[in-house]
Write a protein that binds this ligand. Sequence first.
Ligand code: ADP
Ligand code: ADP
Length: 226
Amino acid sequence: EAMITMSKIEKTYQSGDNVVHALNKIDLTIEAGAFVSIVGPSGSGKSTLMNMIGCLDKPDSGQYMLGGSHIDKLKDRELAEIRNHKIGFIFQNFNLLGKLTAAENVELPLLYRGVKTKERHARALECLSMVGLAERARHQPNQLSGGQQQRVAIARALAGEPQILLADEPTGALDSKTSEEIMNLLIKLNQNGRTIILITHDLNVARKAKRTVSIRDGKLQEGEHI
Ligand code: ADP
Ligand code: ADP
């Protein structure tokens, strides 16, 4: 069953007199339960594609279906709604709030959705357990290592039970041993049925996924082609 179907997605930017084809007629299908990495060098279109997949932006033309919704036809407000309910974001720099505890950070997406306090607490602890950090629930980000902070961010991404985990260079700020631990965690979450899309410029990270797609000059190719 397809979670994502993109066909002939185009996104161009005007740069002085030049038109940059950041996404050039992209066709991409991602099945539910997949673990796909999108790999490409700087300037290849990764951020643009990630913004498209993550419903942060709409294509100039082409079709994007996500979990049965026609994303390209939505109004901005509807797009935000889909984004908040269907996508769990994981970033290079964790994007945790420094004054909140790990548990409070994980609860944030549930707070925005109006989930009641007791259920939020329970769900946050459950998600922290999934990433092996239940005993750090009351720590603040600055009391945690980089790898632990990324685990908290992953727990936060899981909290809203999204259909897709979308990870943008999730190991970019981590040393190689910690990167491997984070990748192993993502592999485990995928084995438990979660759909994961990972965007990276690092082939060694990309290769850990079940499927690799390369992007170059806004065009996709199946496999590694860097
Ligand atoms: P990557 O994430 O792989 O580095 P991007 O998606 O950021 O690539 O960029 C793809 C291409 O589109 C690059 O040539 C970049 O300079 C250009 N681009 C991206 N965003 C903009 C923008 N807002 N305005 C103009 N050009 C842009
Ligand atoms: P990343 O590090 O994720 O590849 P980039 O550094 O490529 O991100 O881009 C960061 C932001 O800057 C993105 O939102 C992108 O759209 C924008 N951007 C990238 N290239 C350009 C450009 N040539 N002109 C204007 N904005 C750009």
